[in-house]
Design a protein around this ligand. Structure first.
Ligand SMILES: NC(=O)c1ccc[n+]([C@@H]2O[C@H](COP(=O)([O-])OP(=O)(O)OC[C@H]3O[C@@H](n4cnc5c(N)ncnc54)[C@H](O)[C@@H]3O)[C@@H](O)[C@H]2O)c1
Length: 319
């Protein structure tokens, strides 16, 4: 049977890239994008689009009935920095949104569901270097608490109801197609825009705050690979650790300056520093490598060169 895919939260940083990749593989009419953001002609030209709130169960039922998805990618969420400003809203969106989509997937016999977790599931008592797959997890942000609870429900829905949910713990994601949506690692995207606009960036994290990061192409590859892998290869039903690279703002700015001489970084630290300090510096992803063959393609050097090249092509910094 031909696949029919629905993406929830398709207009964000991940969805923009994921939709383009899935449409290239499955054909544009077999991938339905949906988001709370209104439809525009531009979006509809790219393929089917539904304006859909993941908290509206009736609208979800209608959309699933109309499109009969075989695979679902549920990306709609409130990210770490924004959820700290609106904790109750963040919790409601992240949890209720997940329940309503998982329940619809069960009702409509969806074959597979992808739901992303995050390195935010870890906390201050988690080992911070090469963070293991299974360890102390004591997140102290609303976002991290909602992602950890979400992971437990992924496993629960699989064990109790047989829902085939797959999940990975994304590190900070770096891509050029869309701007980031209010996370703690947003600096690692903004820095490229400012490098091209004014060859200077003011960073909200301290110079030596190392965090796990990943180039978007790698994240999309992992997302599609884990969702399409044979069921018997998926041994972890909560969420897989996933690693691409690890760097701090100084290391990133040194590499940008190497590729773009004269680039300069300053620091003006804000509340996101505290969130970053509760997260791992690097991740052990051997389970993902062993179980379903995960391997990243991009290093710090190749990621920086791609980001500068693609954003320049888009005209960032040209005036
Ligand atoms: N970007 C990262 O670095 C990162 C890291 C770890 C995990 N993640 C996870 O990946 C997923 C996608 O993240 P992203 O970076 O694309 O986020 P984003 O904020 O860029 O995009 C989220 C999208 O969800 C939509 N949305 C918000 N409320 C909605 C609602 N009620 N109904 C329907 N749509 C709604 C938004 O309009 C937005 O387009 C999220 O679950 C996020 O937690 C992202």
């Amino acid at each position: 049977m031909a696949e029919k895919i629905i993406i929830l939260g398709s207009e964000g940083q991940v969805g923009t890239d994921l939709a383009a990749s899935l449409r290239a593989v499955y054909g544009k009419n077999n991938v339905v994008c949906s988001d709370i953001k209104p439809a525009t002609e531009e979006k509809q030209d790219l393929g089917p689009y539904e304006e859909l709130n993941v908290l509206d169960r009736n609208a979800i039922t209608e959309t699933f009935r109309k499109h009969k998805p075989t695979m679902v990618y549920h990306l709609a969420a409130m990210l770490s920095a924004t959820a700290e400003k609106f904790p109750r809203k963040g919790w409601d969106l992240n949890m209720e949104g997940m329940f309503s989509i998982f329940d619809a997937c069960m009702e409509f016999d969806v074959k597979r569901v992808f739901w992303p977790s995050s390195i935010a599931v870890f906390g201050p008592n988690t080992p911070r270097i090469d963070t293991p797959q299974f360890c102390v997890m004591d997140p102290n942000t609303i976002y991290g608490i909602s992602k950890l609870a979400g992971e437990r429900f992924c496993e629960y829905y699989h064990q109790k109801y047989g829902l085939d949910v797959r999940s990975i713990r994304y590190p900070g994601l770096i891509g050029w197609k869309a701007k980031p949506g209010g996370g703690t690692t947003d600096y690692a995207v903004d820095i490229f825009h400012q490098a091209l606009i004014q060859n200077q960036y003011t960073c909200f994290l301290k110079a030596d705050t190392a965090l796990p990061m990943m180039y978007m192409d790698d994240a999309i590859k992992a997302t599609i690979n884990v969702t399409e892998a044979d069921s018997n290869l998926i041994k972890i039903r909560s969420s897989y650790n996933l690693s691409g690279m690890s760097f701090d703002p100084k290391t990133l700015s040194d590499e940008i300056a190497r590729q773009r001489p004269g680039f300069h970084i300053d620091y003006d630290i804000d509340g996101r520093q505290q969130i970053a300090e509760s997260w791992p510096q690097s991740i052990d992803d051997s389970a993902a490598r062993n179980d379903w063959g995960w391997k990243p393609d991009f290093s710090l050097e190749t990621m920086v060169s791609e980001m500068l090249k693609q954003l320049s092509k888009m005209g960032v910094g040209a005036n």
